[in-house]
Design a protein around this ligand. Structure first.
Ligand code: NG6
Ligand code: CA
Length: 510
């Protein structure tokens, strides 16, 4: 009887500890060998609020983005930290306001790694709790420590800030070097044809857009008149590395292939994975594969978005085929607001028709107005997140702490908040306020209100035809009544303005 008694006691302890374990991370119904879900960020480049048809704010039709938007939480009041790429990417991976780091600006392809290797990042945090981590796509956070020789292993880079696997382009599609880099090594490099890269001067005898305009298949409008690769003029100079150069029209398929292989391999592992899938569309140069040419009727910008939409559909199918869709949390967003002419003649302006990439908002990429940072933002987890629309304020800065809470990590960030319940659709209690950034200027959001401090500088960036938000006096807008920021209430509502300035300074002064 003693033995039976002990046996029963053992069983009771076993069962109750099992129950406690289940309760503590609420994942008893997830399939797979591990308890924490896989996590994927699908991060678009320059995609606007109105570019996702589920947001009902434009005319382009994006059925696959909509699958995520309509099958998950579609956030209508969500922000990137910044109106340009590098700072937003810094913020989404670190939970730190990019304006705290003076180097967090649009980086040239030769810039050193922006994230300190000692800094906590989303992939590092996830690795600490057992995740495998990978990045595929656009990096644009700098590489190396100042003087990269592209012919040898490039370090530090993504693999030194938390990613086990990286398959990236260094900066942007319009910047050299125009090569893929896998785990620190240029892919397909012929050692007899070394790569040289400079942002200061051309290499002797190398054609540029200025010296050889007849070589161009795409014409530059502003900037983008240095080295020519595949007929496209770029920012920066590059020589050699012929065999390693990417094919622009195949880039989307290429990254998809890498992302698919990554999840395929990970699906066989015991550990959950985190994949940061940073797609390049619709950033310039817009080079959709020819099979997408003409599909949008809006020229290459629209076609590139439809290509991206198709890619997302293919990627979701892969997750489904692998049987891991129900065990994967997908966050979909964009790094900054939309722009039409960003430096090339590509019909984006001419063929826009009635489409409104920024939705109802004013400004666009580079702007302190809403459209710079107010973006599509979706949390999708089949079977776990109930489809809904959320107006709660959430920013990309909040992802790290929210995910930490999800996976049982106690990592905290400088500027992010734990909004896990908001992300999962269990709460509408979002962030109270935040300080957004646009080309090294900042503005403040609180509740329904937006405040832009006085800034010198042009009101309109003529090249891109975007209002930057500069004015020599304070601007105050009630976004609920005036989402397109037409009525500056700074003079008529001095109390609100004072409250906003105080809130802003309390954060900026820290
Ligand atoms: C700008 C480029 C623009 C784009 C942007 C970065 C010029 C004139 N303009 O400097 O084309 O590359 O940088 O975009 O060079 S981002 O989305 O990566 O921030
Ligand atoms: Ca961008």
């Amino acid at each position: 009887t003693n033995k039976i008694y002990l046996g029963c006691l053992y069983l009771v302890i076993l069962c109750s500890s099992y129950l406690v374990a289940c309760k503590s991370n609420d994942s008893e119904s997830t399939s797979g060998k591990h308890q924490n879900p896989n996590i994927i960020f699908i991060y678009m480049d320059d995609l606007g609020y109105g570019d996702v048809s589920a947001y009902d704010a434009g005319t382009l039709v994006t059925p696959n983005f909509d699958k995520l938007a309509n099958g998950g939480i579609r956030f209508t009041n969500a922000y990137a930290s910044s109106a340009t790429c590098t700072p937003s990417r810094y913020a989404i991976l670190t939970g730190t306001y990019p304006w705290r780091n003076e180097n967090a600006k649009i980086l040239p392809g030769t810039a050193p790694l922006l994230i300190d290797t000692a800094q906590m990042t989303v992939p590092k945090m996830l690795k600490q709790v057992g995740y495998n981590t990978g990045v595929v796509g656009k990096w644009h956070l700098g590489l190396g420590s100042g003087n990269v020789d592209w012919n040898y292993e490039i370090s530090p880079g993504p693999n030194q800030v938390g990613f086990d696997y990286s398959y990236i382009m260094a900066a942007t599609q319009d910047r050299v070097p125009t090569v893929y880099i896998k785990n620190g090594n240029v892919v397909g490099l012929d050692p007899n044809d070394p790569i040289l890269v400079s942002y200061d001067e051309n290499f002797e005898g190398e054609p540029t857009a200025i010296t050889h305009p007849e070589m161009l298949t795409m014409k530059w409008h502003h900037g983008h008149n240095n080295s020519i690769v595949n007929g496209v003029p770029r920012i920066g100079f590059m020589k050699g590395g012929e065999a390693a150069k990417w094919s622009d029209i195949d880039m989307a398929d290429h990254f998809l292939e890498k992302a698919k292989s990554y999840v395929k391999e990970e699906a066989t592992m015991d550990a959950p994975f985190f994949l940061y899938y940073a797609m390049q569309q619709p950033h310039v140069p817009r080079t959709p594969h020819p099979r997408f040419e003409g599909t949008s009727g809006m020229g290459p910008r629209g076609d590139a978005i439809l290509e991206a939409d198709w890619i997302v559909g293919e990627f979701l199918k892969e997750l489904e085929t692998l049987g891991i869709l129900e065990n994967t949390l997908i966050i979909f967003s964009s790094d900054n607001g939309p722009v039409l002419n960003d430096g090339y003649y590509d019909d984006a302006v001419e063929k826009i028709g009635n489409h409104t990439p920024a939705g109802p908002f004013r400004g666009g990429k580079y702007s302190l107005f809403e459209a710079g940072t107010r973006l599509p933002f979706i949390a999708y987890w089949k079977g776990k997140i109930q489809p809904a629309v959320s107006d709660a304020m959430i920013t990309q800065l909040d992802l790290m702490e929210s995910l930490a809470a999800l996976v049982g990590s106690d990592v905290q960030t400088d500027d992010g908040e734990n909004l896990l319940d908001v992300l999962m659709g269990k709460s509408q209690q979002g962030r109270e306020d935040f300080v957004l950034e646009a080309t090294s200027r900042t503005a403040y959001k609180k509740g329904d209100w937006a405040m832009i401090p006085p800034y010198k500088g042009p009101k309109l960036e003529k090249n891109v035809n975007i209002e930057l938000g500069n004015l020599m006096e304070y601007q105050l807008y009630n976004l609920k009544e005036d989402p397109s920021q037409e009525n500056n209430l700074a003079e008529s509502n001095p109390e609100k303005l004072a409250e906003m300035i105080q809130g802003y300074e309390a954060i900026r002064g820290q």
